[in-house]
Design a protein around this ligand. Sequence first.
Ligand SMILES: Cc1cc2nc3c(=O)[nH]c(=O)nc-3n(C[C@H](O)[C@H](O)[C@H](O)COP(=O)(O)O)c2cc1C
Length: 196
Amino acid sequence: MKTDKIIIYGSQYGSAEKYAKELSKRIGYDCIRYEDVEDINAYSTIIYVGSLYAGGVQGMKKTLKKLSSVENKKIVIATVGLADPTDKENIESIRANMRRQLSGEVYEKAEIFHLRGAIDYSKISFLHKKMMGLLCKKAANLPEEKKNAEVRAMLETYNKQVDFIDFDTLKPILEMLCANNYTSVLNDPFRQHIVL
Ligand SMILES: Cc1cc2nc3c(=O)[nH]c(=O)nc-3n(C[C@H](O)[C@H](O)[C@H](O)COP(=O)(O)O)c2cc1C
């Protein structure tokens, strides 16, 4: 069934995809890759889940810049990164970057959340490995007080396999969706399975 509510994800190695698919399972919206979006304007509720790469949210700018108007739209964006998403400074830095990637009206309209992802250095591309190697080399020489959450996460996880994916952290998103009636799930007798 085609609906006007959608979860879109931008993911290179699967963390953002896992969160997006779990959300889809819980609220019943369809879930698609950003590369497969045909017409973003066809949706009234858009939940975008994108992984962070050097501050950019995978696919977000490209996808949301095609929105012709935010009027009557509900926009939710969840970022997925390695740095601690409860760290105030990290949140500020992610949001400052998002502000540069989005139009003012989309940024103002969006409800924004931050989730923690995963990395497996044995599986990432040669280019990504090289990039992280260079960044870590530089970061390791920073004085301790200059090592923010992003730098610390990068150094602590370098060349390792770590997985911080935690579906319980979807709770604030689910609560917001329920509180704002963004979902018809609660009114749909066949979909009363929303899991908070
Ligand atoms: C080249 C590169 C750059 C990254 N940049 C960031 C970043 O700026 N902030 C962050 O929190 N995590 C960063 N990460 C970590 C990823 O966001 C994290 O591994 C995420 O879970 C990947 O999502 P995906 O599996 O959906 O692609 C970076 C990882 C790589 C390989």
